[in-house]
Design a protein. Structure first.
Length: 291
């Protein structure tokens, strides 16, 4: 499975254009080489960046949103609010994007310090710009962004306009569910198997039904002692907290911490208290202390 985090998203733009031979401009990049979900998320990050009191700054998000990001975000908010239990709150997903972005930023910042030797592996990275905007990553060994070739081959063009990354950045095309393939492609890009790594899976596992355990096993096979996992997931019968705890503890992960949208952690003063917290938008963080 060569996949981006968004390949399985209902908003995925199935009829993707073929890459042109010439370099892409920042203006037409999103229109030609990504999918609807990525543009929507980029737009929602841009809105937050441009607000009066932003929880983070992503100066690259606006150009990645393309001309469709706004429309997609508004439509999704209207159509999905009720099914997700947020009837009357069409801004719920904009808020979730803000909260999850800040949560991941904070978690990475708490792990990466001046004396660390951590690598970052971003699985299904899509339009993630953390390698360019998180100051803490100047202390990281390197950032490896794993995705489909159609995403990576286009990113390499537009990301040139972003300037220098905070740490060495590598775009990796690999099969996320194949231990041998992923390990080989990462290693060929400079990944060091004996160094601790932050593994980030944002908006990924919920789109590979029946393959959740396989993905977690592949990640675990590459995780040296001292590694950390940041996993965004939707609580479903086949992938709930009990399932994740069983699989990850068996694979040697410890200190599992679960949070859901609207709890004391995934709030940041933005959650609409007219609604209960939602397990449809959850995170798990944990670390690995044993080989």
């Amino acid at each position: 499975l060569k996949s981006s985090a968004y390949q399985f998203d209902p908003l995925y733009l199935s009829n993707m254009a073929s890459p042109a031979e010439e370099d892409l401009s920042a203006e037409n990049f999103a229109e030609n080489f990504t999918n609807d979900s990525a543009m929507m998320i980029a737009y929602e990050r841009a809105l937050e960046t441009e607000s009066d009191t932003p929880l983070f700054s992503d100066p690259f998000a606006r150009r990645l949103a393309g001309s469709k990001g706004a429309m997609l975000s508004e439509k999704f908010g209207q159509d999905a609010a009720a099914p997700f239990g947020f009837s009357g709150w069409p801004e719920f997903h904009k808020t979730w994007t803000v909260v999850r972005t800040r949560f991941i930023d904070d978690t990475i910042a708490n792990l990466v310090g001046p004396d660390c030797c951590l690598q970052l592996v971003n699985l299904g990275a899509g339009f993630d710009t953390r390698a360019f905007r998180l100051e803490c990553l100047q202390h990281a060994v390197a950032s490896f962004e794993v995705d489909m070739d159609v995403i990576n081959s286009s990113k390499v063009q537009v990301f040139k306009s972003f300037g220098a990354a905070k740490c060495p950045q590598h775009l990796v095309t690999a099969d996320l569910l194949n231990e041998e393939s992923l390990g080989a492609e990462l290693t060929a890009s400079g990944f060091e198997t004996d160094k601790p790594t932050i593994f980030l899976a944002e908006g990924l596992i919920m789109y590979i039904p029946t393959k959740e355990e396989q993905l977690l096993r592949v990640i675990s096979s590459l995780a040296a002692p001292g590694s950390a996992l940041i996993l965004n997931f939707m609580t479903m019968p086949a992938c709930d907290e009990a399932f994740l705890r069983t699989v990850l503890e068996r694979e040697g992960w410890t200190d599992l911490c679960f949070n859901e949208f609207g709890d004391a952690v995934l709030d940041y003063g933005r959650f609409n208290r007219a609604f209960p917290s939602s397990k449809s938008f959850s995170f798990l963080t944990c670390k690995r202390n044993t080989p």
